[in-house]
Write a new protein. Structure first.
Length: 459
C-alpha cells in the first residue's frame, strides 16, 4: 500500500518525536498526531516553541521545520483515522492500578479504546501499527476487535516497538541501531519499511513475526535495566571493600563481550519504561506458570528499590540519624538529564522517604516546575497535599536551593551541576556541609578540598 497519510494516536514522549522525524524525512507524507488531551495538543501547536509539552534536545527545531507543512497536531481523531492509510497507536500503557494484575500487568484500556475507535470509523483499508510497548500476544486482541466490525474493511496489524531513550530521542530516531517490524503481511511490512527507508539503511530494518517483535521490546528493556541493577549491586559491595565502582565498570566494560554502555552506577533507574515493562514481563511469565523466570526478572526491580532506599537511609544515618526539620537540597527531579519527564524518577521516592522523616526539601531542576514536583508526590498518597506543599519547595536557582541546607542530594546528572560555583554553595550551607552524589558526577577530591563531606555511589 502506498502511504500518503499517517495518523498517530498519542502525542506523548514517543508519538511526538517519532512522528516529527518521520515527517521531516518523508516530506510527501502528511503526518497528523492526535490526542484526547486537548491541552497537550494546544501546547504542541504553540507558536512559542519553548512551550512544547515535551523537552527533548533537537525536537523544537524539527517541529519548527515541519509543523503546518506535513506535520499536524489535532484533536480531530475520527477524521484523521478516516483519511489515513497507516495508523500508529502510541498511547500510554501504564502498570494497572486496579483489578487483576494490579501493580504488575500493563493496562491496555487505552490501546483497546484506540482499536475500537479505528474499527468504528474506518471506511477504507488500514495498516495499524503498534508503537506502544505491549505485552506479547496483544496483536491478537487488536486483531479480534478490528476483524469483527462487520464492515468490508481490511486491517493489517504490525508491531513496531520504539527503542528511543528520552533525552537522546532525536539522535536515536535519526540514527537507530535497528528498526523492528513484526507482522504477517509482507505487503504491510514493506509499506512501513519504506517509510523508515527514507533515512534508515535497509539492513537495519529487521523484519520478524509479530510475537517476536512484541517480546523483543520487553526483553530489550529488561536487559538494559538488568545491567543497571547488576552494577548497582556491585556498587554496594564496593562501598564495603574499598573497590571503586567506576574502576570496576571500566574494567569489565572493556571486555567486548560485556561492552562499556549502561554501566553507570546510580541512585537507581527511573523512567516510564523499565519498571513497567519488567513488571509486565514478570506477570506474563507467571501467567504461564514460569515462576523461576518471573523470580529472575523480578530481582532487577527488587534491587532497584533497594538502591533507592539505601541512598536515603545512608543520607539519614550520615546526618546523625535525623533529618527532622533539616533542609535537604535536591538537585534534579527528572529521571535522567535532558528531559522534563519525571515518571518513576528516583528523586520522588527518595524525597518521600526523607519526608517520612520530617525533612524539609528544596528542589531545583532546570526543566521541572513545582506543580509537577507536587503532583508526583501527591500521586504517592503518602501524606496530604497540604503537607507536601508545606515541606517541599521548588526554586528556580540552585544557589537559593542550597542556601542554609544541611545537605545536597544530586538526583539527576544534569551537565550544569558540574559547572556550579561549589565554593559559593559551600559557604552558604550549614556546617558540616554534606553532598550525596547519587550520580557520581562531582570530583570527590575537589569537593573535599572545598570542605564538603562528600559521598557517592560505589566508592
Ligand atoms: P505519554 O503518556 O507521554 O503519551 C501517551 C499519549 O496518549 C497521552 O498524551 C494521552 O493523552 C494519549 N492517549 C491515551 N489514550 C488515548 C486515546 N484513546 N486517544 C487518543 N489519545 C490517547 O506516553 P509515552 O511515553 O509516549 O509512551 C507511549 C508508549 O510508548 C507506551 O506504551 C510506552 O511504554 C512506549 N514507549 C515509551 C518510551 C519512552 O521513552 N517514553 C520509549 C519506548 C516506548
Ligand atoms: C529506556 C530504554 O533505554 C529505551 O531503549 C526504551 O525505548 C525506553 O526505555 P529511557 O527510560 O528513556 O529509555 O532512558 P534510559 O537512558 O534507558 O534511562 C533509564 C534510567 O536508567 C534513568 O533513570 C537513567 O538515569 C538510568 N541509568 C541509565 C542508570 O542508572 N545507569 C546507566 O548506566 C544508564
Amino acid at each position: 500500500m502506498k502511504i500518503t497519510k499517517i495518523c498517530c494516536i498519542g502525542a506523548g514522549y514517543v508519538g511526538g518525536p517519532t512522528m516529527a522525524v518521520i515527517a521531516k524525512k518523508n516530506p510527501n507524507i502528511k503526518v497528523t498526531i492526535v490526542d484526547i488531551n486537548e491541552e497537550r495538543i494546544v501546547a504542541w501547536n504553540d507558536e512559542d516553541l519553548s512551550k512544547l509539552p515535551i523537552y527533548e534536545p533537537g525536537l523544537a527545531e524539527i517541529v519548527a521545520e515541519t509543523r503546518g507543512k506535513n506535520l499536524f497536531f489535532s484533536t480531530e481523531i475520527d477524521e484523521t483515522i478516516k483519511e489515513s492509510e497507516m495508523i500508529f497507536i502510541s498511547v500510554n500503557t501504564p502498570t494497572k492500578t486496579y483489578g487483576k494484575g494490579k501493580g504488575m500487568a500493563a493496562d491496555l484500556k487505552y490501546v483497546e479504546l484506540c482499536a475500537r475507535n479505528i474499527a468504528e470509523v474506518s471506511t477504507t483499508d488500514k495498516i495499524v501499527v503498534e508503537k506502544s510497548t505491549l505485552p506479547v500476544r496483544t496483536a491478537q486482541a487488536i486483531k479480534s476487535i478490528l476483524h469483527n466490525t462487520g464492515k468490508d474493511v481490511k486491517f493489517e496489524i504490525l508491531s513496531n516497538p520504539e527503542f528511543l531513550a528520552e533525552g537522546t530521542a532525536i539522535q536515536d530516531l535519526l540514527n537507530p541501531d535497528r528498526v523492528l517490524i513484526g507482522g504477517e503481511s509482507e505487503d504491510a511490512i514493506e509499506s512501513l519499511a519504506s517509510v523508515y527507508g527514507s533515512w534508515v539503511p535497509q539492513e537495519r530494518i529487521l523484519r520478524t513475526n509479530v510475537w517476536s517483535s512484541e517480546l523483543s521490546k520487553l526483553t530489550a528493556n529488561a536487559f538494559l535495566a538488568q545491567r543497571i541493577s547488576s552494577i548497582n549491586a556491585i556498587s554496594e559491595l564496593c562501598e564495603h571493600t574499598e573497590a571503586n565502582v567506576n574502576e570496576v565498570a571500566k574494567a569489565i566494560g572493556m571486555d567486548s563481550r560485556i561492552g562499556p554502555k549502561f554501566l553507570n552506577a546510580s541512585i537507581g533507574f527511573g523512567g516510564s519504561c523499565f519498571q513497567k515493562d519488567i513488571l509486565n514481563l514478570v506477570y506474563i511469565a507467571r501467567s504461564y506458570n514460569l515462576n523461576a523466570v518471573a523470580d529472575y526478572w523480578e530481582q532487577v526491580i527488587i534491587l532497584n528499590d533497594h538502591q533507592k532506599r539505601r541512598f536515603s537511609d545512608n543520607l539519614i544515618s550520615t546526618l546523625y540519624n535525623t533529618v527532622s526539620g533539616k533542609k535537604i537540597a535536591m538537585l534534579g527531579w527528572a529521571f535522567k538529564k535532558d528531559t522534563n519527564d519525571t515518571r518513576e524518577s528516583a528523586a520522588i521516592y527518595v524525597a518521600d522517604h526523607l519526608l517520612n522523616e520530617q525533612a524539609n526539601i528544596a528542589v531545583y531542576d532546570p526543566k521541572v516546575n513545582n506543580k509537577k514536583v507536587q503532583a508526583d508526590l501527591n500521586y504517592l498518597n503518602t501524606r496530604s497535599e497540604e503537607e507536601n506543599n508545606d515541606l517541599v519547595k521548588s526554586y528556580s536557582d540552585p544557589y537559593e536551593t542550597s542556601k542554609d541546607a544541611h545537605a545536597i542530594a544530586i538526583m539527576t546528572e544534569w551537565d550544569e551541576f558540574k559547572t556550579y560555583d561549589w565554593e559559593k554553595i559551600y559557604n552558604q550551607m550549614k556546617k558540616p556541609a554534606f553532598i550525596f552524589d547519587g550520580r557520581n558526577i562531582l570530583d570527590k577530591t575537589e569537593m573535599e578540598n572545598i570542605g564538603f563531606e562528600y559521598s557517592s555511589i560505589g566508592k
